[in-house]
Ligand binder design. Structure first.
Ligand SMILES: Cc1cc2nc3c(=O)[nH]c(=O)nc-3n(C[C@H](O)[C@H](O)[C@H](O)COP(=O)(O)OP(=O)(O)OC[C@H]3O[C@@H](n4cnc5c(N)ncnc54)[C@H](O)[C@@H]3O)c2cc1C
Length: 380
């Protein structure tokens, strides 16, 4: 019998993989640094799930409170507008917004018996077709595969010495909840000299907050503490919306960078989700890329463990890398291109952008291609 698969990091991606492999009777354990199951303490961070992610989670029996987004309005600095409307695109929904902690808690609860908490991989020794793993606070484990899913600062990636490309945006994302008198199914995004301001409808919380804000600003602008900065600068967007934005939570902040590993595989170790790549959060696609990775990796591993055509683990890993790496690289470059086009103040580029947006806004065919990418409908 093969030794188990070890998953390092029980975030949403690691937990999803554990759940799906267990459903296919593939033995696995999750090594998680946190001391226990995530308490639902921080309700501020939200995630925008696309159609593909929702379907993958539903198959694992994970169904949580969400808010349907049926319209997206994007504005540039000069108030040129790009709209996406579910009806026009013949869709029921463009995306669903969920609370990060609700999703993490729901999926982690499902695989709780597989998790070794308060633990971390400290050494990887590859021996022929198996791995011997040394684990902090635990006896060593023999494994047939190690999956690194510990998010941006993967220690499995460091232990495996895989090289990566990193980009620092010198920006900070401020995120908080708010009460705003706006349509409850419309998401709005402003690209402006005052930063990228995204307004996402959320399931209403007990304080009546109905929107989540993700506001990316240049780090150099943050001379005050984050709450004072928000209070002093939010009127700019209140004027644009012609609405009061009632701040209803503390303000969290994240330094923004992106990275991509040149290889996702080293021997019997493989990287996935934010451990393998991260992107600018302007289009809310991070978790969707991670779940799309996890779907393909699980598909390949299930074939391997069911001995389809004598498929080996190495072949399965190679196929996973081939099917996901280029798409992830394209998504990272697309976010950087959007950032460059929308944040540019050079007049000729503004002029071309205005014409481009007007043309794009009239073409449902092109919008459909965009949306199909965002919904995760292109799968190779
Ligand atoms: C401001 C902001 C807003 C965002 N908004 C969106 C959005 O709207 N939509 C979207 O799709 N994405 C969004 N993202 C990205 C999204 O949050 C990530 O893509 C997603 O959380 C990655 O999931 P993961 O499971 O790969 O990693 P993580 O969520 O980072 O989980 C990693 C897990 O590994 C554990 N761990 C860490 N180190 C170790 C270790 N050494 N050993 C063992 N365990 C370890 C951690 O405790 C955690 O449980 C946003 C990101 C930011 C910064």
């Amino acid at each position: 019998m093969r030794p188990p698969i070890i998953i390092s990091g029980g975030g949403i991606i690691g937990s999803y993989i554990s759940s799906r492999l267990s459903r296919h009777n593939i033995k696995n354990y999750v090594v998680e640094k946190r001391p226990q199951l995530l308490e639902k303490s921080n309700k501020i961070r939200t995630l925008t799930l696309n159609k593909n992610s929702i379907e993958l989670l539903e198959k694992e029996g994970v169904i949580i409170k969400n808010q349907n987004v049926t319209n997206i309005n994007v504005f540039d600095e000069d108030e040129n507008k790009l709209t996406f409307n579910a009806n026009e695109l013949k869709l029921k929904s463009i995306a669903k917004v969920v609370v990060f902690d609700d999703l993490q808690h729901a999926i982690e609860t499902k695989i709780n018996k597989n998790i070794i908490y308060d633990s971390e991989i400290s050494k990887i020794n590859q021996k022929n077709s198996n791995l011997d793993l040394e684990i902090k606070n635990h006896s060593p484990i023999s494994a047939s595969l190690l999956i690194g899913s510990e998010g941006r600062n993967s220690n499995v990636a460091s232990l495996s010495n895989i090289k990566k490309d990193v980009k620092n945006y010198h920006q900070i994302a401020l995120t908080f909840l708010a009460r705003i008198d706006l349509d409850e199914h419309t998401a709005i995004q402003y690209f402006s000299d005052n930063g990228i301001f995204a307004i996402l409808p959320i399931p209403v919380d007990r304080l009546g907050n109905n929107f989540s804000i993700v506001w990316s600003i240049d780090s150099s602008k943050l001379l005050l503490n984050t709450k004072d900065f928000v209070n002093e600068n939010i009127t700019f967007f209140e004027k644009k919306l012609d609405q009061k934005i009632n701040i209803g939570s503390e303000v969290l902040n994240f330094n923004l960078s992106s990275h991509h590993f040149f290889d996702y595989i080293s021997g019997l170790t493989v990287l996935i989700g934010d451990a393998a790549h991260s992107i600018h959060p302007l289009a809310g696609q991070g978790i969707n890329l991670g779940l799309a990775d996890a779907d393909i990796l699980c598909e390949e591993l299930i074939k391997t463990f069911n001995n389809v055509n004598n498929y080996s683990i190495s072949e399965g890993l190679k196929s996973y890398e081939l099917r996901r790496k280029t798409l992830n690289k394209i998504m990272r470059s697309s976010m950087d291109l959007l950032l460059l086009i929308f944040s540019n103040r050079y007049r000729p580029i503004n002029f071309i952008r205005a014409i481009g947006l007007k043309g794009l806004n009239k073409s449902n065919t092109i919008k459909n291609i965009f949306i199909k990418h965002a919904l995760g409908e292109y799968r190779v």
